[in-house]
Design a binder for this molecule. Structure first.
Ligand code: IPE
Ligand code: IPE
Ligand code: MG
Length: 252
């Protein structure tokens, strides 16, 4: 049996310490346009490839036992793009959400959305709400994906501030009792622990309005790999790097 020439496929997360994995990984899925340009393809082809990568990486995180994955899919600033590109992205979202909706029960995960869904088409908004609702019903789901859609960190904080102020006016909150724990309950991320690790591919070294409140003590991992080329191996490298960090949270 000539099996020795075959390199065994490394198991998910080989070399990683399973007891020191992040609880929450957040990813800025960037570089789709440049990936397509390099190949002489339209930018929309890059988004299609990036959506496939999202599926692969989402399952990889689940298989590793990471309880929360947050992905930046569309920012409040991305509306500045050509209308054809925006609608291609929305079509992809529709397609992948419909698929997730079908599989979440079987595969044991749930999906939540961060961002202002009010600006979406009624059809897509409905699909998002249905996806969230179905996810709530997945008994014993140990894995949650948060999709940032029409998300901007400043917008999230402003919406939270308005809603807290309304509660103050209605007598449900006291100004003196505002703490970061109380305020966190008004954010889209309520109930979700802060990200431990934020990954940005594509070589850009910025947050681009991604989770500014929640990122206060996150570790960052930047790589030049473009999102459509981001593989489970690259994720493992990011996780291995994370495990070498010493987090102090202001202590010694
Ligand atoms: C990220 O890829 C996807 C979205 C922002 C929706 P880009 O489309 O920003 O790709 P680049 O940065 O232009 O390469
Ligand atoms: C951030 O990427 C938004 C998403 C990945 C959805 P952008 O490509 O929009 O960010 P900038 O413009 O490079 O800062
Ligand atoms: Mg970009």
């Amino acid at each position: 049996m000539a099996f020795w020439h075959k390199k065994p496929k490394p198991a998910a997360g080989e070399g990683l310490d399973p007891s020191r994995l992040p609880r929450h990984v957040a990813i800025i899925m960037d570089g789709n346009g440049r990936w397509a340009k390099k190949r002489g393809l339209p930018r929309t082809a890059g988004h299609a490839a990036g959506a496939e990568t999202f599926r692969t990486i989402a399952y990889r995180c689940r298989d590793l036992g990471i309880p929360y994955l947050t992905v930046y899919a569309f920012s409040t600033e991305n509306w500045k793009r050509p209308v054809e590109e925006v609608s291609a992205i929305m079509d992809l979202l529709r397609k992948y959400l419909a698929e997730a909706l079908e599989k979440m029960e079987r595969d044991g995960f749930r999906i939540k959305f961060f961002g202002d869904l009010a600006a979406l088409t009624p059809e897509l908004r409905q699909l998002c709400l249905e996806t969230e609702e179905t996810g709530q019903g997945v008994a014993g789901a140990k894995y949650q994906i948060n999709v940032c859609l029409n998300y901007g960190g400043r917008d999230e904080i402003l919406r939270a501030a308005k809603s807290w102020a309304r509660d103050v006016l209605a007598g449900r909150q006291q100004v003196e009792e505002l703490t970061d724990e109380v305020f966190s309950r008004y954010l889209d991320s309520r109930g979700v622990p802060d990200p431990d690790l934020i990954i940005r591919p594509s070589g850009e070294l910025r947050l681009s309005n991604f989770l500014p409140w929640q990122a206060a003590y996150a570790e960052f991992y930047f790589t030049d790999v473009l999102w459509p080329d981001f593989s489970p191996g690259v994720l493992d490298e990011a996780l291995a790097d994370f495990q070498r960090r010493q987090r102090r949270f202001g202590g010694v």
